[in-house]
Design a protein around this ligand. Structure first.
Ligand SMILES: Cc1cc2nc3c(=O)[nH]c(=O)nc-3n(C[C@H](O)[C@H](O)[C@H](O)COP(=O)(O)O)c2cc1C
Length: 172
């Protein structure tokens, strides 16, 4: 008798929670910023420091990542939940400035054109170093060219599934 029950991949994926939440910023050709909420991000290299994000082919951010070749990955804290949900449900195609539309304050990055996001535990400035098409998403590997940690935000937001987002420390 097997310990396991065979299910579709979608059903098995429900066991992945809690999953971290990140937000990646990009800019268009005129320098206007956009932001996309992502669950699919991972560190990939220590030397040089690198990470990878997986972005759906239909996302506006996919187009901007191909155009500008730079992005910032930010780890939002609990106070940024509403803005994170906005960036994860509305497309930048429908706004002049998606970050202004949801009231998410930014700071200029040190090296890349996309901005840093406030109310985030950390921000990583990245330059696209390579891409890999994986089904309906593209993996963008980014070399981290500058990194910043917050002087005030401590607890990053996690996705607990079923629309529940909170920090781990608020659980303990
Ligand atoms: C919690 C959460 C996680 C998400 N993770 C991803 C992801 O890993 N990759 C992706 O392409 N879209 C992901 N999305 C969906 C995009 O954030 C969403 O389609 C967004 O509106 C795209 O914005 P854009 O068209 O301005 O790029 C996620 C959304 C949420 C709410």
């Amino acid at each position: 008798m097997s310990e396991f029950r065979k299910v579709g991949a979608g059903e098995a994926w429900k066991s992945k929670f809690p999953e971290h939440v990140v937000v990646a910023t990009t800019v268009d050709k005129k320098g206007r910023p956009n932001a996309i909420t992502l669950g699919w991000m991972m560190p990939t290299s220590n030397q040089p420091p690198m990470l990878a994000i997986s972005v759906g082919l239909t996302r506006y951010s996919h187009q901007l990542l191909e155009e500008c070749g730079e992005f910032v990955v930010a780890f939002p804290d609990e106070s940024a939940e509403d803005q994170m949900l906005f960036c994860g449900s509305k497309s930048g195609r429908d706004f002049d400035d998606k970050l202004k539309a949801c009231g998410w304050e930014t700071e200029e990055a040190e090296i890349v054109a996309p901005p840093l996001l406030k109310n985030c535990v950390a921000n990583f400035e990245c330059k696209v170093a390579g891409t890999l098409l994986t089904g309906d998403h593209t993996i963008f590997a980014g070399e981290i060219v500058s990194a910043h940690i917050s002087k005030k935000s401590q607890d990053r937001l996690y996705n607990f599934g079923s629309g529940v987002f909170k920090s781990i420390s608020s659980e303990i």
